[in-house]
Design a protein around this ligand. Structure first.
Ligand SMILES: *[C@@H]1O[C@H](CO)[C@@H](O)[C@H](O)[C@H]1NC(C)=O
Ligand SMILES: *[C@@H]1O[C@H](CO)[C@@H](O)[C@H](O)[C@H]1NC(C)=O
Ligand SMILES: *[C@@H]1O[C@H](CO)[C@@H](O)[C@H](O)[C@H]1NC(C)=O
Length: 862
């Protein structure tokens, strides 16, 4: 077995009983703080020093703890103000202030603020559709026969068309043959994360797993539905695990265990939701989540850091290291132009996003289109809905619908798979889902994924889930090797987006060597993190084209989305490129199809490729996500690649020759933290010091607290900074001067060749190798000769020019900015010194940082 991290997880398993004792917060009476402490620190000691009450570990997150203060002062953040006070004392160099302080051991803290939570909505509540009486069931005899064979006497089994469809043959999950083999979910456990589960229902009682359950809304063990509309979780639970008895119908895995975490009946904190997502994660195998941010076509929300950490923790440590399975309903916002890529739960690589089809196999009006959608299954539409268990002693429900009803069916099928093969990892489950999905026989934007021989559609993912195929596939499946990843540098585009049918394209070439160094063999998920400024977000749409030509519509136009801020460090995801090798040119095309007064600018983007490793033995584990992971794009990691292109066939420069870039990726090693703990160290372990990623190849200077000394003879000012920083400054200046000299020469040579480069000439075309080859004879996709490179450079060069400006200094500056300065490419061209100035001036030029960003404070600390 190649499951990594098995041993430590086995240890965890032993400890699981202990950690199930969660704290019981009362948010009405107290303030709560989630704190990530440096490893080895005692939370009790920290509490004592800071006048806090220690509440207990934060779920299953290592070194994360909960603290309480017996007040409720909404505007006051105790830890933050203590930090601020310490920072001031240090700034004033007060006696003793330099000594290591307990606050220095807090890597990350967050006051739990319920008022800041966005709303989580259930995905079953949709407008009523006309109920139709189905024609006389043609295959009812066969249905009765199946029931007899399985000894199913549940009264509504004949109505549960999603299990066996008498009326539209073939339109069911094809599970009866699996049951006939005796596979019914034995020993599998599904946790319904929702508004509760009626454990007293006669249909659920027998399969209820109490130890895996918790009520996070009322802080008691049994997640009993308590509000009048707490029906949703119970209905979902019935689809998965309703018992084979004489009540209602049966679940897909009717001999499986069912638990529940109740989180939707009241606003809960990030910390509590994070605990829920890892709750009893050695026993709970599958978490079924039929909810998310509102599907109104306007929301764009992702789970907070703690919740994202919990999900990574779950896939790494849950189920003895094989990984918790998170199943999410894709969302019901299709009629609002919503798309699951605007929902940070469904577009997470750690969740399986499930859309809906109706009992005729048609696309229901509500089910969202999305490049992150893996699979679809049955739900409401075409005059019927899902028939399941309801809250009450033996109450049934015949109107369960929306994608809320689709997700649990897939969770139930996964329970059957785990019965036959409990060793499947979270990624094996996703692989099997992709490979066994049945294409829907219906018009859609189907595109062939040649790498795996499957068609993908944004409407249906890879098709519908077939229980028989999934369980058979699970039996003899060889686990995939551990997950590897490749992160591109940030590509700085900083260019206005044309309106209408044109698009603004930016490309990046991934070489075989990069993926080899990343230990990445073939792709699974692809994510694009991007920043786009726009005064009306809904006007934007984004396509991603892989080297094979496969296109993902990672963001789509949303007519209701009036938000004025564009995309801010948002990560889109696609599963359309599953199995591809990933080598070659990746192109992102941003479009603004609404011709109106709302305009925008494509700022930057970053490509991340996730997939199977080449060599399992050297593959490390991904560090937990950090706040501001994506803020590092204010630093140009690799000046050779941070380029842009406008909508003509262009390619960026090639990043080869900068092996340093690879060292900055968190592959295989968690970078060590710097020596002396400092207050503003928050979460910096793992992030390279800003100075290492500058254009000069200065040996990475770690922030040093030693008194600085001069690097050069003292006619050169030291700027009062350390030697290493000086080395960096002078290195930068030298390089910039050299570069500008070279550029001047280059510009002179190029000037007369540039008459063809008119901005009006740009038309939107898909970037393809043929087009590129036309202009660059001899320059293949992966190999650019010097000449081709020069032409590309000229085009890029022009792309940076401000509209209507042919000013030479302007051009020089803009290209210059491309080579390593942090300064905004739009600054006045005359201020070439700004290049250096912006870099030296600490804390400047990063208006993306929020005021409370610890790294901003970091600038002031000696
Ligand atoms: C459904 O399951 C049966 C086995 O019971 C299998 O033979 C059949 O191929 C499956 N149907 C589809 C469409 O795969
Ligand atoms: C159920 O799971 C437990 C632990 O995972 C295992 O020891 C046991 O053999 C399993 N039982 C069956 C019937 O598979
Ligand atoms: C799967 O494995 C079983 C034994 O575990 C074997 O009988 C069967 O033939 C295998 N099926 C395939 C398709 O390899």
């Amino acid at each position: 077995m190649r499951v990594h991290g098995w041993l430590p997880s086995a240890l965890l398993l032993c400890l699981a009983g202990h950690s199930l004792a969660v704290y019981k917060p009362d948010y009405d009476a107290h303030d709560y703080y989630a704190v990530h402490l440096r490893s080895g620190q005692q939370p009790e000691h920290v509490a004592q020093q800071l006048d806090l009450h220690y509440e207990g570990p934060l779920g299953e997150l290592e070194d994360h703890y909960m603290f309480r203060r017996s007040t409720t002062e909404h505007a006051y953040d105790h830890i933050k103000s203590e930090k601020e006070a310490l920072r001031l004392r240090r700034r004033r160099r007060e006696a003793g202030a330099e000594e290591a302080h307990i606050l220095d051991h807090m890597l990350w803290t967050q006051k739990q603020d319920l008022a800041k939570r966005f709303k989580l909505e259930k995905r079953g509540v949709i407008p009523a559709w006309p109920r139709q009486d189905m024609p006389v069931p043609a295959l009812v005899q066969e249905g009765l026969q199946i029931a007899k064979e399985m000894s199913i006497s549940d009264p509504i089994f004949q109505e549960q068309w999603h299990l066996y469809n008498h009326v539209q043959p073939g339109h069911d999950i094809n599970v009866t043959g699996v049951w006939a083999q005796g596979v019914t979910g034995k020993n599998s456990t599904v946790c319904i994360v929702d508004d509760g589960l009626d454990m007293d229902s006669d249909d659920l009682k027998a399969n209820y797993f109490r130890e895996g359950s918790w009520d996070f809304n009322d802080q008691v063990q049994d997640p009993k539905p308590r509000l009048s509309d707490d029906h949703h979780g119970t209905r979902c639970a019935g689809e998965v695990c309703a018992a084979r008895n004489d009540v209602c119908g049966v679940g897909v895995a009717y001999d499986g265990k069912i638990s529940a975490c109740r989180i939707l009946s009241r606003v809960i904190s990030d910390a509590d939701e994070a605990i829920a997502m890892n709750y009893a994660y050695q026993q709970n195998q599958i978490y079924s989540c039929s909810w998310g941010p509102p599907d109104d076509g306007q929301s764009m929300e992702q789970p907070g850091l703690l919740i994202r950490r919990a999900m990574v923790n779950g896939i790494q440590k849950g189920r003895a290291g094989r990984g918790s399975i998170y199943v999410f309903a894709i969302g019901n916002g299709a009629a609002n132009d919503d798309n699951c890529n605007f929902d940070g739960y469904t577009n997470s690589i750690y969740s399986v996003s499930v859309g809906g089809i109706d009992r005729k196999g048609l696309h229901p009006y509500y089910s969202e289109k999305c490049s992150a959608q893996l699979v679809v299954t049955y739900s409401s539409g075409s005059g019927d809905a899902i028939h399941t268990t309801d809250v009450g002693k033996d109450k049934c429900y015949s109107n369960h619908g929306g994608t809320s009803a689709a997700g649990p069916l897939v969770a139930g099928i996964y329970a059957l798979m785990l019965e036959v093969n409990p060793d499947l990892t979270w990624r094996d489950i996703q692989w099997l889902t992709v490979l066994t999905a049945l294409k829907i026989d219906q018009e859609s934007d189907w595109m062939p994924n040649k790498a795996i021989g499957k068609d993908f559609s944004h409407q249906f993912g890879y098709g519908k889930a077939d229980a028989w195929a999934l369980v058979e596939g699970a039996r003899n499946w060889t686990n995939v090797k551990p997950q590897a990843w490749y992160y591109s540098p940030w590509m700085h585009v900083k260019h206005a987006i044309p309106q209408g049918d044109q698009g603004l394209a930016s490309s990046f070439e991934v070489t075989a060597d990069m993926l080899k160094q990343a230990n990445l063999e073939r792709l699974e998920h692809v994510t694009i993190t991007m920043n786009v400024e726009h005064t009306r977000r809904g006007d934007l749409s984004v396509e991603l084209k892989s080297p094979s030509g496969m296109v993902s519509h990672i963001a789509t136009h949303r007519r209701n989305d009036e938000w004025e801020g564009g995309y801010v460090d948002w990560t889109f995801m696609s599963v359309a490129h599953w199995g591809e090798p990933g080598i070659g040119t990746w192109t992102v095309i941003v479009k603004d199809t609404n011709v109106n007064d709302h305009e925008g600018k494509f700022t930057d983007w970053r490509l991340r490729l996730w997939g199977e490793s080449i060599d399992a033995s050297i593959q490390g584990v991904l560090p937990l996500p950090k706040e501001g992971d994506d803020d590092a794009h204010d630093i140009i990691t690799n000046p050779d690649v941070t380029t842009t292109s406008v909508a003509v066939p262009t390619e960026t420069g090639k990043p080869d020759g900068n092996p340093e870039d690879h060292q900055h990726r968190p592959v295989n090693s968690k970078p060590t933290s710097t020596s002396s703990p400092s207050l503003d160290e928050d979460e910096k372990e793992g992030k390279e010091p800003t100075t290492t990623s500058t254009p000069t190849a200065t040996p990475s200077p770690s922030p040093s607290t030693k008194p600085s000394s001069a690097l050069l003879p003292h006619i050169f000012p030291t700027f009062g900074v350390t030697r290493s920083t000086q080395a960096w400054i002078y290195g930068s200046i030298t390089l910039i001067i050299l570069f500008l000299l070279g550029l001047g020469t280059y510009w002179f040579v190029q000037r007369r060749k540039r008459s063809w480069l008119r901005r009006e000439d740009y038309t939107f075309e898909m970037v393809d190798h043929e087009g590129a080859a036309d202009e660059e004879p001899g320059a293949g996709a992966g190999t650019a000769n010097g000449k081709g490179r020069r032409k590309r450079a000229a085009r890029l060069y022009d792309a940076f020019a401000p509209a209507g400006s042919d000013d030479e200094e302007g051009d020089a500056f803009h290209v210059g900015s491309d080579t390593g300065s942090e300064s905004d490419g739009e600054e006045d061209s005359g201020e070439k010194k700004g290049l250096v100035g912006a870099r030296i001036g600490e804390g400047k030029g990063s208006d993306r940082y929020r005021d409370d960003d610890p790294r901003r404070e970091g600038a002031d600390v000696p």
